[in-house]
Write a protein that binds this ligand. Structure first.
Ligand SMILES: Cc1cc2nc3c(=O)[nH]c(=O)nc-3n(C[C@H](O)[C@H](O)[C@H](O)COP(=O)(O)OP(=O)(O)OC[C@H]3O[C@@H](n4cnc5c(N)ncnc54)[C@H](O)[C@@H]3O)c2cc1C
Length: 245
């Protein structure tokens, strides 16, 4: 195996989640390695069409956004998660604007449309239905301007380094077949999607689009896949949780 490289954080995935996390960590002075198994810019984020619902007109609007979201969920919404979403939304959008996201405007003001169960106009779009592509473009541009961030494309995360029972980095495979072992304080799995599907303990082949989660040299599941649940979900989720700690 090759020698160990070192960084502070490895982030698996260069979609909106991975890039935003990298910008935050590098802004605090950390060295960050972002890896993506495809070209930079190729992710679900790039294909997201619809907009972002955000309450930009103060506290009353935020409270109404929360009620709209909870009501639209017909009992399925986690109120606390929705509260964080609606309260932090305006700050996150301000941030994107500072970093150059070109949301659609009308008469110089942000253009807000109304969709679904929203009781006010509060949906932002960018370049019509290219909202995700525009957000991804601006995040990538901002990340590229930060010297502490290293962006590496065509590099698949194969495994997590585990030392003393704790995640200590990641094993990466380049398109050219080069294997790299990178030690880090933490590994952030931002590989897309929240679904879990366990694929079997031996000889399983991860489905395209997911992160093969290997611990101790065995594939124990995949993160980033939607699909069946099974009795092994708890095991997979625990391993995933350890990975991001
Ligand atoms: C057609 C479409 C329309 C959508 N419309 C909307 C919408 O209107 N509003 C909305 O909020 N959301 C929408 N979404 C959903 C939204 O795109 C996703 O929720 C969001 O982009 C997920 O971002 P992410 O950063 O978590 O993951 P992704 O953008 O999926 O990024 C995952 C990253 O992980 C990388 N990766 C995966 N496995 C590995 C591995 N083993 N090693 C290295 N890298 C790996 C990938 O290459 C990629 O860079 C839409 C999605 C699609 C496809």
């Amino acid at each position: 195996m090759p020698e160990f490289e070192e960084t502070d954080f490895v982030i698996v995935g260069a979609g909106i989640a991975g890039l935003r996390a990298a910008i935050g960590l590098a802004g605090d002075g950390a060295r960050v390695l972002v890896v993506t198994k495809e070209a930079l810019g190729e992710s679900n984020t790039n294909y997201a069409q619809g907009g972002i619902a955000v309450a930009m007109s103060g506290e009353e609007d935020v409270a109404l956004h929360l009620e709209d979201t909870v009501n639209a969920g017909d009992g399925l919404v986690n109120r606390e998660a929705a509260r964080v979403l609606v309260e932090e939304g305006p700050q996150r959008v301000e941030e994107l604007l500072r970093w150059g996201t070109d949301f659609d405007r009308e008469g110089g003001q942000l253009m807000l449309t109304r969709e679904g169960a929203h009781s006010r106009n509060r949906i932002l779009h960018a370049h019509g239905d290219a909202t995700g592509a525009e957000i991804g473009r601006s995040l990538l541009r901002h990340a590229r301007s930060m010297p502490k961030i290293t962006l590496t494309e065509w590099t698949t995360t194969l495994d997590l380094l585990v030392e003393g029972g704790e995640v200590a980095g990641a094993v990466l495979l380049s398109r050219e077949g080069e294997v790299r072992q990178v030690r880090s304080r933490a590994v952030l799995l931002a590989s897309g999607g929240a679904g879990l599907r366990v694929l079997g303990l031996e000889g399983a082949v991860p489905v395209e689009g997911g992160l093969p989660l290997m611990v101790g040299g065995k594939i124990i599941g995949a993160i980033g896949l939607s699909g069946d649940t099974s009795e092994h979900d708890g095991q997979c989720a625990r391993a995933g949780a350890e990975a991001v700690q």
